[in-house]
Design a protein around this ligand. Structure first.
Ligand SMILES: Cc1cc2nc3c(=O)[nH]c(=O)nc-3n(C[C@H](O)[C@H](O)[C@H](O)COP(=O)(O)OP(=O)(O)OC[C@H]3O[C@@H](n4cnc5c(N)ncnc54)[C@H](O)[C@@H]3O)c2cc1C
Length: 302
């Protein structure tokens, strides 16, 4: 079989050029060495070749479809995602405090390159989820990390990024989705989002949408944009799942490449039934969201 990525190239980049193992001078990576990194890359190579690569062409030819009730995907996708999660790869670069391996982000990128090369459609759900969890690690409160980030890192819940709207792509200053303050400190979310990768599926117990919206009365343009957590299912105080949260799938988009990652048009709060939680400060939504985009690597905004 052709190698997904020439191992000699990876070894050259990581060890000869970047000299990655010298990072172990830092407390965060102490005790790690070349054998640590090679072991993770070896395991990722086997998993990518055995569980991701074999169904890549089948997934491309059988893209997700929506029957009006549910989104259907070929079963190999969930099997591969479960194997990745069980292998602990979601936590590759996350702190041991959160159950991660605390390896350098560069090693996570090397591992991700293998899965992306094997099957970009199936990998999409994982990279979005890791990046959504990472956003909360950086900008969430400790309660938000406990409630939303930890289930994402455990692979029980998946994540998305909801920036684009039918009338706003690059021009994010034009987004119209609204967030109306509620007496309990939450927000009622209403609006439409477009091109949202991983926006709907049954691959995880819940989906944590990171949604850009304008709080009522916010200034026009990007300075008026804030970031909200909007779960598919509401979350009870004990972390269990509650009722559906008014996020409706309007349809799946067909697009070239990335076919296996559902790409969705979503409507929020059509019947005033969608609540969200503010992440970070009001007006800082774009700055917080860019933490997810730039540390994700699988999504590039033009
Ligand atoms: C595979 C895929 C997955 C996606 N997943 C998500 C997702 O998960 N969540 C999400 O929110 N969005 C997602 N998107 C949408 C993506 O964020 C938008 O496509 C992107 O923001 C560009 O917007 P647009 O497509 O409307 O293009 P436009 O904004 O219309 O841009 C079209 C072209 O015009 C150029 N252009 C735009 N404005 C200017 C300007 N002022 N000056 C000069 N040139 C300009 C752009 O560079 C581009 O070449 C996804 C898109 C793709 C292709």
């Amino acid at each position: 079989m052709t190698e997904l990525i020439q191992r000699r190239d990876l070894d050259f980049l990581l060890h000869e050029w970047l000299q990655i193992e010298t990072l172990n001078r830092h407390h965060r990576y102490s005790g790690q060495d070349r054998a640590t990194y090679d072991g993770v890359i070896d395991a990722a190579t086997v998993l990518a070749e055995e569980q991701f690569l074999p169904h890549a062409a089948k997934l491309d030819a059988n893209e997700p479809h929506f029957d009006g009730e549910r989104v259907h995907l070929i079963p190999e996708v969930k099997a591969a995602l479960d194997a990745y999660i069980e292998g602990g790869f979601l936590g590759t670069a996350f702190d041991t405090e959160y159950g991660g391996l605390q390896l350098p982000y560069t090693i996570f990128q090397a591992v991700s390159a293998l899965f992306t090369a094997a099957n970009i459609g199936t990998s999409g759900y994982l990279f979005l989820t890791g990046a959504a969890a990472n956003l909360l690690r950086a900008h969430g409160t400790s309660a938000q990390r406990k409630t939303y980030m930890e289930p994402m890192l455990a692979g029980r819940w998946f994540g998305t990024m909801c920036l684009s709207e039918p009338q706003a792509g690059s021009s994010l200053g034009d987004i119209k989705t609204r967030a109306t303050p509620l007496p309990d400190g939450g927000y009622a979310i209403s609006g439409n989002k477009m091109w949202i990768s991983g926006g709907e599926h049954d691959l995880s117990e819940n989906i944590v949408h990171h949604v850009l919206a304008r709080i009522d009365g916010a200034p026009a343009g990007v300075k008026g944009i804030s970031l909200f957590i909007v779960p598919k299912y509401r979350v009870n105080a004990d972390g269990s799942l509650g009722a559906k949260n008014g996020v409706r799938l309007m349809g799946l988009n067909h697009k070239m490449g990335y076919r296996g990652t559902t790409n969705t048009a979503l409507s929020f709060g059509e019947q005033g039934d969608c609540v969200g939680e503010l992440v970070g400060a009001p007006g800082q939504g774009l700055a917080c969201m860019f933490h997810m985009i730039t540390t994700d690597g699988s999504v590039t905004l033009q």
